[in-house]
Design a binder for this molecule. Structure first.
Ligand SMILES: O=P(O)(O)OC[C@H]1O[C@](O)(COP(=O)(O)O)[C@@H](O)[C@@H]1O
Ligand SMILES: [Mg+2]
Ligand SMILES: [Mg+2]
Length: 366
């Protein structure tokens, strides 16, 4: 069946499944459940102050306080979104287990429910510091195959079961709760984008075969961390800021939304490069973003759309995870720009970086 912008997410998934005649349909069922969870979260987000889910979590009302395992303040919508993901997905029979930014340990599918072949890892609400100011937030998810012994035995999942490199992802995507709600998905055959039709309550295929332009004049980085950046990142940003008269020979524009999911969306739509690199701010945190449920799914989408995702030192999808909530430096977006940043990490710093005159002119000097 030819797909068009009248096709639904379900129709897209049916077409994708034709590529695997022996597929059980469980992956499609799982993705549709994730999409349903995202519709419910979109609804809660859309009610804003009119609903009951705005603001921080009341510490006294929550077992364990109002911070998550990362030591970050939890918003009510973080907690609610996490609940929606769990309740929507735990009974379907598709999953062997789940893991989330908001839960310290993996979530076990209750014994009375059928256990399936897949693992679902998610950031239920990304960019949650933006909720109270009505700026776009989203949900990010990654689907892995459970280890064979988990599938065979139906045993409880443990952290080690989730520690698979991003290249092993079966599917990944995100929902963006912006002026429109969108669902971006890759099942390993490119990237497709769907827009929620609020009248029908359906995700419609509006962006078939998304491609990230290989070149860009737009970068995104939190410049308040400049004094903690490593030399290759300082060099890259300084060169962008130098504009047309500088070594890049062109002017750059800068964006910072502080919702990584929204930055990823902008870059999927029109190119650009995003950096949240490893820095020296806090020795206990090798980067800000989390590998399993932020860097890997976004990295998978970027690579599937012809872009690139890297730690600066190696492709992010090749990193062997060491823990569920591991943080990592992340650079993604337009291929040629990410390759340049990787090259700067390999090369010795250029002589001008040691030149005090250059440092004087650098906006972001130490
Ligand atoms: O405070 P900063 O440095 O702007 O950090 C913003 C980053 O933090 C995040 O909000 C982290 O995600 P969560 O909201 O899921 O914790 C990213 O989306 C974003 O890129
Ligand atoms: Mg996040
Ligand atoms: Mg989050």
């Amino acid at each position: 069946m030819p797909l068009s912008n009248r096709s639904t997410l379900t129709q897209y998934l049916i077409e994708e499944r034709r590529r695997f005649p022996n597929a059980s349909g469980a992956l499609n069922a799982l993705i549709l459940d994730v999409a349903l969870a995202c519709k419910a979260i979109a609804r809660a987000v859309a009610f804003g102050e009119l609903g009951d889910a705005m603001g921080g979590v009341d510490a006294a009302a929550v077992q364990g306080g109002a911070v998550n395992v990362q030591g970050e303040e939890q918003k009510k919508l973080d907690v609610l979104s996490n609940e929606v993901f769990i309740r929507r997905n735990e009974w379907s029979g598709c999953l062997a287990g789940m893991a989330s930014e908001e839960m310290e340990a993996p979530y076990q599918i209750p014994a009375q429910h059928l256990r399936g072949h897949y693992l679902l890892v998610f950031d239920p609400l990304d960019g949650s510091s933006n909720i109270d100011v009505n700026v776009s937030v989203g949900s990010i998810f990654s689907i892995l195959r459970a280890p064979q012994d988990v599938i065979d035995s139906g045993r409880d999942v443990v952290e080690a079961d989730f520690l698979q490199p991003g290249a092993a992802q079966i599917a990944a995507g995100y929902a963006l709760y912006g002026p429109t709600t969108m669902f971006m998905l890759s099942v390993g055959n490119g990237v497709a984008g769907f827009t929620l039709n609020p009248n029908l309550g359906e995700f419609m295929l509006t962006h078939a075969n998304v491609r990230v332009p290989e070149d860009t004049r737009e970068f995104a980085i939190n410049a308040s961390n400049a004094r903690f950046w490593e030399p290759p990142v300082k060099r890259y940003v300084d060169e962008c800021l130098a504009g047309a008269p500088g070594p890049r020979g062109k002017d750059f524009n800068m964006r910072w939304i502080a919702s990584m999911v929204a930055e990823a969306h902008r870059i999927l739509m029109r190119g650009g490069v995003f950096l949240y690199p490893r820095d020296t701010k806090d020795a206990s945190k090798p980067g800000r973003l989390r590998l399993l449920y932020e860097a890997n799914p976004v990295g998978f989408l970027m690579e599937q759309a012809g872009g690139r995702a890297s730690t600066g030192r190696q492709p992010v999808l090749g990193v062997a995870p060491s823990s569920l909530h591991q943080r990592i430096g992340l650079v993604f977006g337009s291929k040629h720009e990410v390759e340049r940043i990787e090259r700067y990490h390999r090369e010795p710093p250029p002589r001008e970086l040691h030149n005090p005159l250059f440092s004087e002119r650098s906006l972001f000097r130490d």
